[in-house]
Ligand binder design. Structure first.
Ligand SMILES: [Zn+2]
Length: 431
């Protein structure tokens, strides 16, 4: 670390000395299979974090998101917030990690919950997304507290539920209850796997809706006596292909979204179903479908308004209502998220920028996520715009088989987190 003064060298060396601790903490977290859905073993994971952080002077709050989707006595939606108060007033820096992981799926070379260490990497479900990031933030904060026991403000670390299923039993609930909201906290870093030298400023918007077209049942041998809802839906899809998709391709954002294909508006048809129920193995009955349903997944840009996004689809449906005999439809909103992008001049962005430059000797890359993560709740419900995602782990590995996190990447990102926290608390870069 040429050019750094001994004091910062000492902090960085402290983090390096904690590498074995960082690896074993990550392994311990991964070995608790917090699979969501359904939300397995949250209590065990929360207990691990509680015992770890309470012995290091953190006050622990465990908050169950009662009544949120999936919350039952068998699968309680449990969240932990650990807070260490400084010796004098100052800002609160908060690290938020989700503790849930997606199901492992097939194709693994090792037991996905064994947390096998090989070739400088830890393999397992949740290593990359995002228990490696959670462990790195804990080591970063512990090292910083040893190096700077007397500090202003407060540091918080949270382990939260259900990010993989929308965050309603996790960050959304905590933001509603004021735990994860202004003015209680000032700066939030979410150690999602965005790569160790990139700062993720936010995400695109989301509109999910279910479209249903209607018809009239009849015998399949005499379709002219009925009216096929599937043919009406085909007309909708045809309009999407000929007018909507070309329109979306022209909408390009100034947001630095990765990968490049997500720099434009996108539309996926998540599902389409019409006619007889699926899951029956015998021969189908000959029926004209009286209903056809489709789920739209539209991702939109900061330059677009949600009302305009919806009206593009509504215009197509209205013109079909005029053009096609007996065309009728219902459009039901399922889920919507407004795009979020933190200002590059926000202190949380600048401090991580400075820290990345200091550790890697080059400026960070700024990115925006194609999909959403818990920042949406902190921004919209918590009214806190000073939020970014920054963490080790390679974005593309998230949710894949043989997911891993690099040990050196975790150590380096812990250094970045420690330096950034120092700057946010004290207002000065550690030199
Ligand atoms: Zn994640």
């Amino acid at each position: 670390m040429a050019g750094l003064t001994p004091s910062v060298d000492k902090l960085l060396a402290l983090i390096e000395h904690k590498q074995d601790d960082l690896v074993s903490l990550t392994q311990a977290l991964v070995q608790i299979p917090t699979i969501n859905p359904p939300g397995d073993n949250y209590a065990d994971c929360i207990e691990l974090l509680k015992s770890r952080l309470s012995t290091r002077g953190f006050q622990i709050e465990i908050i169950r998101a009662e009544g949120t989707p999936g919350d039952t006595d068998r699968y309680p939606r449990l969240n932990l917030i650990a807070r260490r108060e400084g010796s004098r007033p100052g800002p609160c820096v908060h690290f938020n990690s989700h503790i849930d992981v997606v199901p492992p799926g097939k194709g693994w070379n090792d037991d996905p919950f064994a947390a096998v260490v090989r070739d400088g990497k830890i393999y397992g479900r949740g290593t990359c997304d995002m228990k490696g990031g959670l462990a790195a933030s804990i080591i970063a904060v512990e090292a910083l507290l040893e190096w700077m026991p007397d500090f202003p403000g407060a540091i918080e670390i949270s382990g939260t539920a259900d990010e993989e299923t929308g965050g309603y039993g996790g960050v959304a609930y905590l933001a509603e209850k004021g735990w994860m909201a202004a003015p209680r906290i000032d700066h939030v870093i979410i150690p999602e796997p965005l790569n160790k030298d990139r700062i993720c400023l936010g995400h695109r918007g989301v509109w999910w809706s279910e479209l249903e077209t209607f018809g009239t049942v009849a015998h399949g041998s005499m379709p002219f006596l009925g009216d096929s809802a599937i043919r009406h839906m085909t007309a909708v899809l045809n309009e999407f292909e000929t007018t909507l998709y070309p329109l979306l391709e022209q909408k390009v954002t100034s947001m630095p979204v990765v990968p490049d294909g997500a720099k434009q508006s996108t539309l996926n048809i998540n599902s389409v179903h019409g006619g007889l129920e699926e899951g029956f193995s015998g021969l189908p009955a000959p029926m004209v479908a009286d209903s056809c349903r489709l789920v739209l997944d539209r991702r939109f840009l900061i330059e677009e308004e949600l009302i305009e996004v919806k009206s593009e689809v509504l215009e197509i449906l209205e013109s079909l209502t005029k053009a096609r005999e007996n065309f009728s439809y219902e459009l039901r909103d399922l889920f919507e998220v407004i795009p979020s992008m933190t200002d590059r001049n926000a202190a949380v962005v600048q401090s991580v920028d400075h820290a990345i430059s200091q550790i890697f000797g080059r400026a960070p890359e700024y990115v925006v996520s194609p999909g959403t993560y818990d920042q949406k709740h902190i921004d919209r419900i918590g009214k806190l715009e000073n939020c970014i995602a920054y963490g080790p782990g390679i974005l593309d590995l998230a949710h894949q088989a043989n997911e891993y996190v690099g040990i050196a990447d975790m150590v380096e990102s812990a250094k970045v987190m420690a330096l950034a926290t120092h700057e946010l608390l004290t207002g000065a870069q550690a030199k």
